[in-house]
Write a protein that binds this ligand. Structure first.
Ligand code: SF4
Length: 490
């Protein structure tokens, strides 16, 4: 997978008697794949909130001293990739926000598509912003709208915010976990050592802590945990019948050892590979995957086709994009820095290469060339997702429509562009089928153009720090998908 940036990872824990800062550190470590720009933890001891957030990886940001400075019985944490606002220190989360009910710390995964409009409204009523993120807009909306109780604040916030938001929120008294009414980003609940509660973007974080999975936070649900236990409310009414969990979480973003909606992703991805072999068979000598995200799908393709699976590309796991990006010469060598072909495996072979997507089409040609240079006689590219034809407005930094190769070329033209002997994409129907959840439960917008909510005509991740945030630059919105499609916003 190249060109898609994960969103963010969020984590929360309420566990009196435990070292909640350290538990959050390990939880964030398990979610590091969801964001590598900044990391932060906030804790409460019942009297005040403590917070520490810096740019960098979780293990770079925290050490014994910083963790020791975060006492308390409850905590939230965040790993960030910026989908709204710049990658700068002031945008590192959690944020601390002062409101009528006191201070709160907030951490967010997703993207709120009408944040600029709400920010203008809040500023006109005197709210001062310290960051350029949609998360701070949500925090102020909640703080301002909660003059007498939190429930009113959540009701107002959820009525007004459009888009994707999985949140963990910490007040001095309680920990809250919130999921938008469409459930676009994941969020799960776990039980820790029989007395604590844990919230995490993915179940893999629960596993690392030895916490037991309890259930997902339901779309539209607000869960509160305090010393009296866990309570659940749905500020906009009963749980939504519609759900729009991001299909890309199943294809690529979430770890293969995580479960989404009860489905373990490793076998889901193997099924995607198996369906790909049915839809796009080809005579070849071996199947390889682009590591690590396409490995399970490559194994599934090989098993279903009877063509042997082999490890043909080795990934250098310690080359992060942070180290590749700043220098143009190094960026161009990015693929070589990241992957090394196993010449002895590939030489003289007709190779099927399974990857999970092609975004801009800048990296795949380099992978194909690398394999040919290593002696492959044929290279057949197989993709475990449909062509990406539309941008994401819900927290995935993908590309503009003009940059998406499949929005501008048909499959034959893309095959020629990447230099492969053949190219096959998994159909949308088979991708959804492979999740094991049936239709009507996913957001498929980047493949189908059917958005589950209102979206702007164009996405600008820097809208909140530019002229676009002025009232006369309001971003025009287009309506949600027509009523004839299964996913609609409430
Ligand atoms: S548009 Fe694509 S990446 Fe974005 S939430 Fe929907 S399925 Fe996921």
């Amino acid at each position: 997978m190249q060109g898609l940036r994960e969103k963010c990872g969020i984590f929360g824990v309420f566990a009196p008697g435990e070292d909640v800062a350290r538990l959050t550190f390990f939880g964030l470590h398990a979610l590091q794949h969801r964001g590598q720009e900044s990391a932060g933890i906030a804790t409460t001891d019942g009297r005040k909130l403590n917070i520490f957030a810096e740019m960098g990886l979780v293990a770079q940001v925290f050490d014994e001293d910083t963790l020791a400075g975060l006492p308390g019985h409850a905590a939230i944490g965040h790993t960030r990739y910026s989908t709204t606002g710049s990658s700068v220190q002031c945008n590192a989360q959690p944020f601390l926000i002062k409101g009528a009910l006191g201070e709160l710390a907030i951490a967010h995964n997703g993207n709120v598509v009408n944040a600029d409009v709400m920010r203008v409204d809040l500023e006109s009523r005197g709210t001062r912003f310290e960051t350029t993120t949609d998360t701070e807009v949500l925090g102020h909306l909640l703080a301002e709208a909660a003059p007498s109780n939190w429930q009113d604040g959540f009701t107002t916030m959820m009525r007004r915010a459009v888009g994707a938001y999985s949140l963990v929120i910490l007040s001095k008294e309680a920990l809250y976990a919130v999921r938008d009414p469409l459930g676009i980003r994941p969020l799960c609940i776990g039980r820790l050592n029989g007395h604590g509660w844990v919230f995490a973007s993915e179940t893999c974080a629960l596993d690392h802590l030895g916490a037991d999975f309890v259930r997902e936070v339901a779309p539209g649900e607000v869960v509160r945990v305090d010393e009296h236990g866990l309570t659940s409310t749905f500020p906009l009414g009963d749980p939504a019948a519609d759900q729009a969990l991001c299909l890309f979480e199943f294809i690529y973003f979430a770890r293969p050892d995580s479960k989404l909606d009860g489905q373990l992703l490793h076998p889901v991805r193997m099924r995607m590979g198996a369906r790909l072999s049915e839809e796009h068979p080809v005579d070849a000598d071996l199947v390889i995957g682009v590591p690590d995200s396409a490995t399970a799908a490559a194994i599934g393709y090989a098993a279903a086709s009877g063509i042997p699976y082999a490890e043909g590309l080795v990934k250098n796991r310690y080359v992060g994009r942070t180290f590749i990006q700043p220098d143009q010469r190094l960026r161009e060598r990015g693929v070589q820095l990241k992957y090394n072909p196993l010449r002895e495996v590939i030489q003289g072979k007709r190779v099927i290469v399974v990857d999970d997507s092609i975004v801009r089409g800048t990296t795949t040609p380099r992978v194909v060339k690398m394999l040919r240079d290593a002696g492959a006689t044929e290279v057949h590219m197989r993709i475990t997702s449909p062509p990406i034809t539309h941008p994401c407005f819900y927290g995935v930094d993908m590309a503009t429509r003009g940059e998406l190769i499949a929005a501008n070329m048909d499959v034959d033209a893309i095959r020629d562009h990447i230099g492969a002997d053949s190219l096959g994409y998994l159909s949308l129907e088979a991708t959804v089928d492979a999740t094991g959840l049936g239709g009507g439960r996913h957001c498929t917008a980047c493949f189908s153009g059917v958005y589950p909510s209102e979206v702007p005509l164009q996405f600008d991740k820097f809208a909140l720090e530019s002229e676009a945030s002025r009232p006369d630059h309001e971003i025009p919105m287009v309506a949600a998908a027509p009523a004839t499609v299964p996913l609609t916003a409430r």
